[in-house]
Every structure is written in structure tokens, then in C-alpha cells.
Write a protein that binds this ligand. Structure first.
Ligand SMILES: Nc1ncnc2c1ncn2[C@@H]1O[C@H](COP(=O)(O)OP(=O)(O)O)[C@@H](O)[C@H]1O
Ligand SMILES: [Mg+2]
Length: 244
């Protein structure tokens, strides 16, 4: 996809009478146009960031293609721009009509959160690691899980499942998002993990290993390590997950 450089007048034309959904440091971040498209402004990070070499906008586009190929719903991208006045990249893509998992949970509707571990396990089976898997980055669109904000996605080249380290890291990471803490507290982290284990059809041994790794990544230090992984008692390790 070619990058078009926008003059001020071209920018104003692109934006038109779009509604501002989100600002970042007083500047537009997410706009919604009247023809149901999102205009995402991606501000460049520091000079030393890897985004200099491999811009987030490009990662977003590449990931959209990979996720789409693997059957995961993502917005269709219509254009990539650079707007020098704001020093930002701009992506234009479809608005996915629906509500985020966060909004549903806030409305005390946990039905989609109950299905989220199965969706996460499907991503993992497909070799997809979505680092920013937080509840506002998943939209329920036409009753289907869809991902937005996908610049941080990493896909294994061959569609082989993620190894346990990454599965656990991903789960630990999503449990630690400040905005989502309260929701996971109400829903129950063990409830989430139990559902994940069931969907992923894990053996007892692998379940124990997963619980152990999740608790380890959440604590960011190794907890007490029994002599053999086989000796891990699932409930013992689970209690570390909930208590941390
Ligand atoms: N394609 C989209 N469809 C529906 N809503 C979207 C879409 N893109 C963004 N949004 C809304 O805007 C919010 C912020 O967008 P996001 O891309 O996640 O930006 P940020 O990087 O600021 O988190 C989302 O949580 C969602 O509510
Ligand atoms: Mg987001």
C-alpha cells in the first residue's frame, strides 16, 4: 500500500466532518467519518524506537493481512497517509459496528467474556500472539470476535500453535492491564483460565504448567518451584494466580 503525503487541505478533506472518538495529548487520535470509517492517527515515538525502521502503520497493515488470511476478523484497510503537520501516520479502515468486550462487561453482560478464553485459545492455536489483547481492543461485530489496534500482533509464519511460554505470557499480560483489572476480578481469573484450558483441551500436566507459568509471569519472579513439574498440584498453583 502506497503512502500518500497529505497537505493541510488534503488532510481537512480526508477528515471532513468526522467525529472525534479519541484525542492524544490534545491532538486527534481516532476519528469516525460519516461513511463509517475510522481515521487512526499514529504519532511517531522517540528517535530510538524500532518504529522508526518498521513503522506501526506498516505493522498494522501486515498484521491485518495475516489475521485475515487466518480467518480472524479485522477491519479492512483503505488507505495509508503521512501528515507532516502533525508528524503522524494515518490509517483509514472500516468501522466495525458493535461493542467492545469492555463495554459489554461494564454493562454487566459477561456472555462474551465467557467465550473470550475460547477465542484466545483459537488465536494461540493459529500461532497468533496479540500483545495488546485488552478488552477494549476486541469488538463483537455481527456476533463475531474482531480485533482492532493490531500493530502489536505477532504471527508465527507457519500456522503452528504458540508454545506454552507465549500462551502464558499473553494471559499474564492481559490479566495485568490496569483498565481491565476490575472486570477480571469480578469475572474471576481462575474462571477465565479454566475456560481456556477446556477450550485448548490441555492435559492435566500441561494445565499445571500453564497455571505455573501464568503465575510466574504475573509475579515477574519465579515462585516456589516444586522438584518436578509433574508434582505441581493444579489447585496450589491456581491459588497463586488468584492471590497475586
Ligand atoms: N475499526 C473500529 N471499529 C470500531 N471501533 C473502533 C475501531 N477502531 C477504533 N475503535 C474505537 O476506538 C477506540 C480506540 O481505538 P484503538 O485503535 O484501540 O486506539 P488506541 O491505540 O488509542 O487504543 C477503540 O477502543 C474502539 O472503541
Ligand atoms: Mg486500543
Amino acid at each position: 500500500m502506497t503512502v500518500q503525503r497529505l497537505t493541510d487541505s488534503a488532510y481537512l478533506q480526508l477528515v471532513g466532518d468526522a467525529q472525534v472518538l479519541k484525542l492524544r495529548r490534545g491532538k486527534p487520535a481516532i476519528l469516525l467519518t460519516s461513511d463509517q470509517r475510522i481515521i487512526k492517527h499514529i504519532y511517531r515515538r522517540s528517535w530510538f524506537s524500532s518504529s522508526r525502521i518498521w513503522p506501526y502503520a506498516q505493522r498494522f497493515i501486515n498484521n491485518a493481512t495475516l489475521l485475515h488470511q487466518r480467518g480472524i476478523k479485522v477491519p479492512t484497510i483503505h488507505g495509508r497517509y503521512y501528515y507532516p503537520t502533525f508528524g503522524c501516520d494515518i490509517l483509514v479502515y472500516d468501522y466495525l459496528d458493535g461493542k467492545s468486550l469492555f463495554t459489554y462487561a461494564q454493562e454487566n453482560n459477561f456472555s462474551y467474556l465467557e467465550k473470550t478464553p475460547a477465542f484466545l485459545s483459537r488465536l494461540h492455536e493459529l500461532g497468533i500472539y496479540f500483545r495488546d489483547f485488552h478488552l477494549d481492543n476486541v469488538i463483537i461485530h455481527n456476533n463475531e470476535f474482531a480485533l482492532i489496534d493490531i500493530a502489536s500482533v505477532k504471527c508465527r509464519r507457519q500456522t503452528r500453535g504458540l508454545n506454552f511460554k507465549y500462551r502464558a505470557k499473553n494471559i499474564a499480560h492481559l490479566f495485568s492491564k490496569n483498565e481491565d483489572q476490575e472486570i477480571y476480578r469480578i469475572f474471576g481469573k481462575n474462571n477465565f483460565l479454566r475456560r481456556y484450558v477446556k477450550s485448548a483441551n490441555l492435559s492435566r500436566r500441561k494445565t499445571a504448567l500453564l497455571y505455573y507459568l501464568v503465575s510466574r509471569y504475573r509475579l515477574k519472579k519465579p515462585p516456589f518451584l516444586p522438584a518436578k513439574t509433574n508434582d505441581l498440584e493444579i489447585n496450589d498453583v491456581a491459588s497463586q494466580v488468584v492471590s497475586s
